[in-house]
Design a binder for this molecule. Structure first.
Ligand code: ADP
Ligand code: MG
Length: 262
């Protein structure tokens, strides 16, 4: 899956993220066992699998927030050891600062969060526009819906214009209609920014809606079971025969009841 095969884009492809034989155990639990796959530059990769199969552990390893016991994670061929500005992360449960406004939370993603120079102000304004939160600049997280909170999380992760966007089940807590809207907004942002995205989900429909490639994981221990190329034009029609067929193939592969949105 190093080569991007999606005909809907003409971006050049090269390997951006390489996961090589990564294993990670927590006491008696083997969260990841010999996991290997790669993500091409500019690719939208979804990782799908049941709860507990090591998806968050894997994303944290790519983010440099957790060290594998063995194996390596490479970005641009260089081993990852720490978090870096080249990788932005969107967390599952928003992880916003409740005492900061929308503007304050987004500003926190900047290299210099305390800076109020014209450039930083302009960047915050640009991010607010990008995620459609105009008019809510001074709102606090408790005043926002789940979808709006996750827009703030996305804007914060995008603040330093990272080359890689890591997203851990970001839309798991929002209602289905909002999720549909966020999907198309995310694809628009990805098209504009040309970032490499690793998006974790346990929802097969979501994975097939968004991804160029889907990595299917299995649990106990967490392993890569297979990968699927999603060569469908965007925006994708969930009722199209090809879409339905891919969802069915992935569901068969998982062989266990994983949630879907239909
Ligand atoms: P997923 O995101 O796919 O649900 P996780 O990566 O969160 O999976 O977890 C994989 C496995 O590792 C699970 O069995 C989980 O209970 C275990 N695990 C994750 N983090 C820890 C931790 N900090 N301490 C102990 N066990 C953990
Ligand atoms: Mg998780």
């Amino acid at each position: 899956m190093a080569l991007r095969s999606n005909s809907s884009t003409s971006r050049e492809s090269s390997e951006k993220i390489t996961i090589q034989n990564v294993s990670r155990s927590y006491e008696s639990t083997q969260a990841l066992a010999d996991v290997s796959f790669s993500v091409a530059e500019g690719e939208f990769c979804c990782v799908v699998g049941p709860s507990g199969c090591g998806k968050t552990t894997l994303l944290r390893a790519i983010a440099g927030l957790d060290d594998p016991d063995s194996g390596s994670v490479l970005v641009d061929g260089n081993p990852v050891s720490d978090p870096g500005l080249d990788r932005g992360m969107v967390f599952q449960e928003y992880a916003l600062f409740p005492w900061r406004t929308v503007r304050g939370n987004i500003r926190f993603g900047l290299d210099r969060p305390a800076c109020d120079c014209a450039d930083c102000e302009a960047r915050v304004r640009e991010l607010i526009d990008l995620v459609g939160l105009e008019g809510f600049e001074d709102a606090y997280p408790k005043e926002l819906s789940g979808g709006m909170k996750q827009r703030v999380g996305i804007a914060r992760a995008l603040a330093v214009d990272p080359e890689i966007l890591l997203m851990d089940e970001p839309f798991g807590s929002v209602d289905a209609r909002t999720r549909d809207r966020l999907h198309s907004e995310l694809i628009d942002i990805w098209t504009q920014t040309e970032q490499t995205v690793v998006f974790i989900t346990h929802d097969i429909d979501e994975a097939v809606t968004l991804a160029d490639h889907v990595v299917v994981m299995d649990a106990d221990p967490g392993t890569v079971q297979s990968t699927f190329s999603i060569n469908l034009e965007r925006p994708r029609e969930r009722t199209s025969p090809d879409f339905v067929d891919l969802v069915a193939q992935i569901r068969d592969e998982l062989g266990s009841p994983v949630e879907t949105t239909v």
